[in-house]
Ligand binder design. Structure first.
Ligand code: NAP
Length: 534
């Protein structure tokens, strides 16, 4: 018997050191390295101890005998990885930690997964103090406001930060915006170093005619809306048409497609914002077309998420266009994706079902319409073909990736949409290091990777910071936490602290319990602040 890693693997690799026989792969490579979007267990080597399952923060590891039917295929998927990449022993890594000294204070800006992993990594070192600053009154960034509501197991990853964030060395300043409420210079005056983990919050544009028309939205706005992000809670989307078109076929596109098509009882079991559940209950959308400008081999979705679509009740997956033949040199995930695509193509559709249509080799060239969007004109990207077609739709969601936003006082690489850095150390346009200033997460490496990817990324940044600390290049005397609070209080700012967030969390869960839901979110800043005061 063996253990099996399944769909919602967060890839933070907590399971890897727990395995006594070292049979979980791939191991973390260079940050941003393309490749497998999940981890796998070698069934031949696994000794069935279950240590990995105990350690997994998102419940993605099952004994092969306990696999739910919709996840059974992952037994073969895990095995297939090792047929292609036979297990090789690794040399254990020697981790060097900073000496335990009491005078290292670090500010972390942001409270998403990248920030949380960086803070937890630092708090694992005795004597280090961390102050976290976040614009919203809530922590966890994309875990709360990005991960789709039907992926509750993924959201449960937050519990791994509980212990670190309950430590008195952790200071939490929610509802404080760096750059507005406290400047970079002030952060540096009160901390030996600042790590920016502010993500990539701007959506990319298509640059095609008609993009300004109402009815065309960034998928991120829709995601923020259904997840109850205060910036997006009062938006509305055109849901009365029968078809929505999503441009781009990454995992965000798949999340959005599911949320558009899941029925009211399925949505009712999630923590979707109430306004979104109500609007989607009245939606007329029965078909979501996901446009990929390249072929199925280059689909940006992960194998696990693609596989999960095939188990949604009442929803068919339709494949249009593209070569579905696998090549011997395709990697394991591409081979699985093509295999799944062939199965969907053979399966056919059921009358009355809703549909997710993967349309490959189709590039959007124009959004049509007068007052509002009425269609998307697409051009075939198959070499030699030059055909265009008009897809009727009143709702276009562009899911084509993100960009970071420039921060006052820090350099910015406009072309890449990131803060320029060397392995996390911020550098200016001449390549000179900005003392005490670091980045981690999407603002460091661009918008790629799943939640757990941020663990390795944060470890790399923290390692640079500790090396600078050991080399004595961080500046000396800094103010303490009381001085930070005093500074903010002098500006009339009362941050929400960790107990304040716990009060919000408890209140949302209590609201959820009475509705048989994981939580019912507060979606406005005043509601959240009232919740934080209990
Ligand atoms: P993504 O994976 O980078 O996908 C972007 C998509 O947009 C690609 O299909 C890309 O096509 C397409 N695209 C880009 N520019 C385009 C253009 N001008 N016209 C047409 N198509 C265009 O981005 P994402 O979906 O936003 O995801 C970001 C990261 O978050 C990914 O690493 C993803 O795996 C992760 N994530 C994971 C989960 C999960 O694990 N459940 C959920 C959400 C997000 P090309 O490939 O041709 O450029």
């Amino acid at each position: 018997m063996a253990y099996v890693i399944t769909q919602n693997c967060c890839k933070d690799a907590s399971c890897v050191p727990a395995c006594p026989v070292d049979c979980i792969r791939p191991l973390a490579g260079a940050v941003g390295e393309p490749g497998a979007q999940m981890l796998f267990i070698d069934p031949e080597t696994c000794i069935d101890c279950g240590a990995c399952a105990d350690e997994c923060p998102v419940g993605a590891v099952y004994s092969e005998y306990d696999l739910p039917p919709e996840l059974e295929r992952f037994r073969d998927i895990n095995a297939a990885y090792f047929q292609r990449h036979p297990l090789e022993a690794t040399v254990p890594e020697t981790v060097s930690r900073a000496p335990a000294r009491a005078e290292l204070r670090v500010a972390v800006v942001g409270a998403g997964p990248a920030a949380c992993y960086a803070a937890a990594e630092l708090l694992g070192i005795p004597g280090v103090e961390v102050d976290l600053f976040e614009r919203l009154p809530t922590p966890f960034g994309l875990i709360r406001a990005g991960v789709a509501p039907d992926h509750q197991r993924t959201k449960s990853i937050v519990k791994i930060f509980d212990r670190a964030f309950s430590d008195s060395r952790f200071g939490c300043h929610l509802h404080v915006e760096a750059g507005r409420d406290i400047t970079h210079a002030e952060l540096l005056a009160h901390h030996h170093a600042v790590i920016y983990a502010v993500g990539a919050s701007d959506s990319r544009d298509l640059g095609i005619a008609g993009e300004e028309l109402p009815g065309n939205y960034a998928a991120a706005d829709f995601v923020g809306w259904y997840n109850g992000h205060p910036d997006h809670a009062d938006r509305s989307f055109e849901l009365s048409g029968s078809r929505a078109v999503i441009i781009g076929n990454g995992n965000v596109a798949l999340d959005v497609a599911r949320m558009l098509l899941l029925d009211a009882p399925a949505l009712g079991r999630t923590d979707i914002a109430e306004h979104a559940a109500d609007a989607l209950a009245d939606s007329g959308i029965g078909e979501v077309v996901i446009l990929g400008r390249r072929g199925p081999r280059e689909g940006a979705f992960s194998a696990g998420e693609f596989h999960a679509l095939g188990h949604l009740p009442g929803i068919d997956v339709v494949i249009e266009g593209g070569d579905l033949t696998a090549h011997p040199d395709d990697d394991v995930e591409t081979t699985i994706k093509l295999e799944l695509a062939r199965e969907y193509a053979d399966r056919g559709t059921t009358p009355g079902n809703r549909r997710i249509v993967f349309r490959f080799n189709s590039s959007p060239v124009e959004l049509t319409g007068g007052e509002r969007v009425t269609g998307v004109r697409v051009l075939s990207t198959v070499p030699g073909e030059n055909a265009t077609e008009l897809l009727d739709t009143a709702l276009v969601l562009r899911s084509i990736g993100f960009r970071g936003r420039a921060l006052a006082g820090l350099p910015f690489d406009d072309a890449a949409g990131i803060i320029p850095n060397e392995r996390g150390r911020v550098v200016d346009s001449d390549g000179r290091t900005l003392p005490g200033t670091y980045v981690t997460g999407w603002i460091k490496r661009g918008p790629r990777g799943v939640i757990g990817t941020n663990r390795t990324c944060a470890a790399e940044t923290v390692a640079q910071l500790l090396a600078d600390y050991a080399a004595g290049t961080l500046h000396g005397d800094v103010g303490d936490r009381a001085a930070v609070r005093e500074l903010l209080a002098g500006r009339g700012i009362t941050p929400v602290d960790w107990p304040g967030w716990r009060a919000i969390d408890d209140a949302e869960r209590a609201r959820g319990a009475s509705a048989a839901r994981p939580r019912v979110k507060f979606v406005t800043i005043p509601e959240l602040l009232a919740g934080s005061r209990g």
